[in-house]
Design a protein around this ligand. Structure first.
Ligand code: GTP
Length: 598
């Protein structure tokens, strides 16, 4: 295929605005996938993703399209994950494209997450084609939404396509726009090979399958390649295109998108953003933009049953093969025993991994509350990074503590502005800007400590706005604050896994709320259990759980055996997600209590 007849594009859309449906339509219209084979949406294919209605992993598809001009084009659709945790991946897949469809639900409007991705696309100089989807809906207001796109994004919407992915309206127009508005790749076929990795996954038989876009030069099956960031070299066993199933080819040249297998052992060896070049004739410089995505949120994972520790290690190792941004290292807690401290890109990433460990690996885990990474300067001037509150050096050893800040952008109907401002303010937010959009919609910009976001900020925002607000955030740097370590004592013993780092002004409130929450969550035992919160040696809140009055089994003695067994079984089931700390059984919810104080 001549480079002039290739178009590489992605689809930017807010969750539920119809990205997958549209992608399916494009595949169908171009005959890439048979309607009969398309029982399920083709692009998202992980169960977990479908269940949560989000797209996490990127995929790509190659379509052949004969335009109205009679010419045949190759259109490569490169999908982008729709969540803020994965914005680095999004930026790499956008870097592999020359254009993007901006799909907006014409009955809703522009959402915060869409905006974040549009800005990324603009940064990469992509040609953006607005598509107003769902025009079949009676509530569709394409003119209003066009106005909103022009106003917020500053995009000219005179060429916007009105579409209904569901009804198949506007699909031909979208394909024509791609051909005519998205520029072809530059013809750099003669240059040394440089290919951009935008996704990869682990296949137990072939090793890592790498998805890439050839930026310059040509790559052949059998070539010896070098990954410029990792420095590792491999021989290509298999090279192909995604049509949309993997279809082997002999070579791919500049502008094309494809996959390769080269007996690569873990995705960490072929990271998203790395540049593939030829070992024999390497390019001088790697493609720009490579970074290693850094984990932002940490938590402890402990098996409820200590015997599952090795299983947990194996499971993490397996997940890591497929997820270069998952971090973990063994952690020993005096309260919880042996487990792992794990780092994630964000809260969603954390939830996904936890869920997979439990569902796919059948592990019973106790998960401690998420923590961000603090920067502590000691009196001696050393800078420590602390991702575990229980490891915070005592005040007498430290000069200052800094915490990560993010800029948050929320888009909401005007009615909820008040309650969302209140929410941001209560989370130590600094008001930055407020703008009115069309039709009573408003955008709010705040700076907030990341620690305040990783608690239940998102859930709060959704419930306060009845689901209508959307948000996006990105890291803006570290700032010093007056932070203290809050210790929790159960039965007079400090429980390291319950320690939290909080702002001094909030410490009393959090301490009291936490103690009373724990009192409700921890079941009664045969003895009285004091629960306390402390800063250093000072107790700031205290409650106690009264002892059980009677042995539960007492009334069954001599009685009906089956009833007794039933009771015991009930107790056992109740114990499932419990961790014995000293002589007290603490349920999973207690470790998350700090996230749900109000
Ligand atoms: P994620 O994969 O979660 O990011 O969502 P998505 O943007 O891919 O949305 P998806 O294609 O799954 O569509 C969301 C819902 O909108 C589904 O119930 C679709 O059937 C519906 N939908 C998509 N396009 C249209 C359309 O043109 N008209 C109508 N009425 N419904 C549509």
């Amino acid at each position: 295929v001549p480079v002039s007849h290739i178009r590489n594009f992605s689809i930017i859309a807010h969750i539920d605005h119809g990205k997958s449906t549209l992608a399916d339509r494009l595949l169908q219209f171009t005959g890439t996938v048979d309607a009969r084979d398309m029982k399920e949406q083709f692009l998202d294919n992980m169960d977990l993703e479908r269940e949560r209605g989000i797209t996490i992993k990127l995929q790509a598809a190659r379509m052949t399209y004969t335009g109205r001009d009679g010419q045949t084009y190759i259109l490569n659709l490169i999908d982008t994950p729709g969540h803020v945790d994965f914005s680095y991946e999004v930026s790499r897949s956008l870097a592999a494209c020359e254009g993007a469809l901006l799909v907006v639900d014409a009955s809703q409007g522009v959402e915060a997450q869409t905006l974040a991705n549009v800005y990324l696309a603009l940064e990469h100089n992509l040609e953006i084609i607005p598509v107003l989807n769902k025009i079949d809906l009676p509530g569709a207001e394409p003119e209003r939404v066009k106005g909103e796109i022009e106003e917020i994004v500053g995009l000219d919407c005179s060429q916007a396509v009105l579409a209904s992915a569901k009804e198949g309206i506007g699909i031909a127009e979208i394909l024509e726009s791609i051909v005519h508005l998205v520029p072809p790749p530059q013809d750099t076929v003669a240059d040394p090979l440089r290919a951009l990795i935008f996704d990869s996954y682990y296949d137990p038989y072939r090793g890592v399958i790498v998805y890439f876009r050839v930026m310059d030069g040509v790559v052949h099956r059998g070539d010896r390649i070098r990954l410029m960031a990792s420095g590792k070299e491999y021989e290509i066993d298999e090279l192909g295109v995604l049509a949309p199933n993997q279809t082997p080819v002999e070579s791919l040249h500049a502008g094309e998108v494809g996959y390769l297998a080269a007996a690569i052992k873990a995705v960490g060896d072929a990271r998203v953003g790395d540049t593939i070049t030829l070992a024999t004739k390497p390019a001088k410089a790697a493609l720009p933009g490579y970074t290693e995505a850094k984990p932002m949120v940490f938590c402890g994972l402990f098996p409820t049953d200590a015997a599952q520790f090795e299983d947990l290690r194996d499971a993490l190792e397996k997940l890591k093969l497929n997820d270069a941004s998952l971090h973990y290292e063994p952690e020993t807690s005096s309260a919880m025993g042996f487990g792992f401290r794990c780092g994630f890109l964000g809260l969603l990433h954390m939830e996904i991994i936890q869920e997979r460990l439990e569902r796919e690996y059948n592990l019973d885990l106790i998960i401690t509350a998420p923590s961000v990474v603090y920067r502590v300067t000691t009196l001696k001037g050393d800078v420590l990074t602390i991702d575990n509150p229980s490891l915070l050096p005592e005040p007498q050893y430290r000069q200052k503590i800094e915490e990560p800040y993010v800029q948050v952008e929320m888009i909401t109907p005007e009615t909820y502005v008040g309650t969302l401002m209140e929410l941001a303010q209560s989370r130590r937010g600094i008001f930055k800007d407020m703008r009115y959009l069309t039709q009573g919609r408003t955008t709010l910009i705040y700076e907030l400590p990341l620690a305040e976001i990783v608690t239940d900020f998102f859930d709060q925002m959704k419930s306060r706005s009845r689901g209508y607000a959307s948000m996006e955030y990105h890291l803006i740097g570290y700032r010093e604050n007056d932070l203290v370590k809050l210790d929790l004592l159960i039965n007079n013993d400090p429980v390291d896994s319950l320690a939290a780092i909080v702002h001094r002004d909030k410490a009393y409130y959090v301490g009291r709320a936490l103690v009373s929450k724990l009192k409700d969550l921890i079941p009664r035992h045969q003895f009285k259990i004091p629960i306390q919160a402390a800063i250093g040696s000072r107790i700031i809140a205290s409650e106690s759980i009264p002892a059980l009055r009677k042995d539960v089994l007492a009334k069954c003695y001599g009685g009906d055996v089956s009833r007794k067994r039933k009771l015991l079984e009930k107790q056992k089931a109740g114990k499932k997600r419990m961790k014995a700390i000293g002589s007290v059984d603490v349920p999973q919810e207690a470790f998350m209590a700090v996230l749900r104080l109000k």
